[in-house]
Design a protein around this ligand. Structure first.
Ligand SMILES: Cc1cc2nc3c(=O)[nH]c(=O)nc-3n(C[C@H](O)[C@H](O)[C@H](O)COP(=O)(O)OP(=O)(O)OC[C@H]3O[C@@H](n4cnc5c(N)ncnc54)[C@H](O)[C@@H]3O)c2cc1C
Length: 216
C-alpha cells in the first residue's frame, strides 16, 4: 500500500485530502492527514468578530467533519521532516513514512518581529484580528470604546488575505456609523503598498473577482 501524507489539515490540507481521496484508488493508496489541533478555525470569519457580527463558536468546527471516509487523521504536533528518508517525526516521537508528502501547514502572524508591537499595550489598545485571540480581544475593546484614532496598519507583506485590512476598515466605518459615533472615530488606513487596493497585494484571494467587479 502506498502512502500519501498531508501535513496540516487547514483549508489547503483538507481540500487536498478530499480531492486526492477521489483520485487515488483505495486499494493502492492510504491517505493520512496530520494536524496539531482538532478544531478547524474558519479564518475569514475572524474579520467579523471584532464587530460582534460573529462569535467564536461561529467560526469553529471539528476538522473531522470535513475529512472524507477513507482518510485517516493524526492529531499531533509535527516536529520535523526527514526528506532523505521519506519520514515525518511527530512531537510524541511517532514516525510516519510516506510515498508522497503534501505540506500544508499554513502561515502564522509574527507580531514580535515588529519592535514594540507586543509591548504592554498588546491586546489593551494594540490588536490583531488574524487570530481568534486577537479578534476576541478587539471585540471586547470596541464594546466600551468611546472613540478616538483607529489606525489599521499593515506592517509588511506578504500577508494572507491582503484585502482583509481594507475590509476591516469598511466594517469599522459601518459599525461606528450604526452606533451613532462615526464622528468620534478617525479611521486611518496605513499600508506599505503604493495604494489601498493594488494588484501587487491582492491577486491571491477570491478578491480578484471582487476587484474585477469594482473596476468594471
Ligand atoms: C482575517 C482573515 C481573513 C481572511 N479572509 C479570506 C477570504 O476572504 N478569502 C480567502 O480565500 N482567504 C481568506 N483568508 C485566508 C485563508 O484563511 C488562508 O489563506 C487559508 O486558511 C490558508 O490555508 P492553509 O491550509 O494554507 O493554512 P491554514 O488553514 O492556516 O492551515 C494550516 C494548518 O496547519 C496546522 N499546523 C501548522 N503547523 C503545524 C505543526 N507543526 N504541527 C501540526 N499541525 C500544524 C495548523 O494547526 C492548521 O490547521 C483570510 C485569513 C484571515 C486571517
Amino acid at each position: 500500500m502506498k502512502k500519501l501524507l498531508i501535513l496540516g489539515a487547514g483549508t489547503g490540507g483538507t481540500i487536498m485530502a478530499n480531492k486526492m481521496r477521489k483520485e487515488l484508488p483505495r486499494e493502492e493508496w492510504s491517505i493520512t492527514v496530520v494536524d496539531k489541533v482538532k478544531n478547524h478555525f474558519y479564518q475569514p470569519g475572524f474579520l467579523f468578530i471584532p464587530f460582534g457580527y460573529y462569535k467564536k463558536e461561529d467560526v469553529i468546527k471539528p476538522k473531522q467533519n470535513f475529512f472524507p471516509v477513507g482518510v485517516e487523521s493524526v492529531f499531533q504536533s509535527i516536529d520535523r521532516i526527514d526528506i532523505e528518508n521519506n519520514k515525518v517525526f511527530l512531537a510524541n516521537s511517532e514516525v510516519l513514512g510516506y510515498d508522497i508528502l503534501i505540506i500544508a501547514t499554513g502561515t502564522k502572524i509574527n507580531p514580535e518581529e515588529t519592535p514594540g508591537l507586543k509591548g504592554e499595550l498588546w491586546y489593551k489598545n494594540v490588536f490583531d484580528f488574524y487570530t481568534i485571540e486577537g479578534a476576541e480581544a478587539l471585540a471586547g475593546f470596541f464594546k466600551t470604546w468611546d472613540g478616538g484614532n483607529l489606525v489599521v496598519n499593515i506592517v509588511d507583506n506578504p500577508i494572507k488575505c491582503p484585502v482583509a485590512p481594507l475590509e476591516f476598515s469598511f466594517y469599522a466605518d459601518a459599525f461606528f456609523s450604526e452606533r451613532g459615533m462615526r464622528d468620534k472615530v478617525k479611521i486611518s488606513y496605513v499600508t506599505p503598498l503604493s495604494g489601498a487596493f493594488t494588484s501587487q497585494g491582492h491577486l491571491n484571494c477570491w478578491e480578484v473577482s471582487l476587484r474585477t467587479r469594482i473596476l468594471k
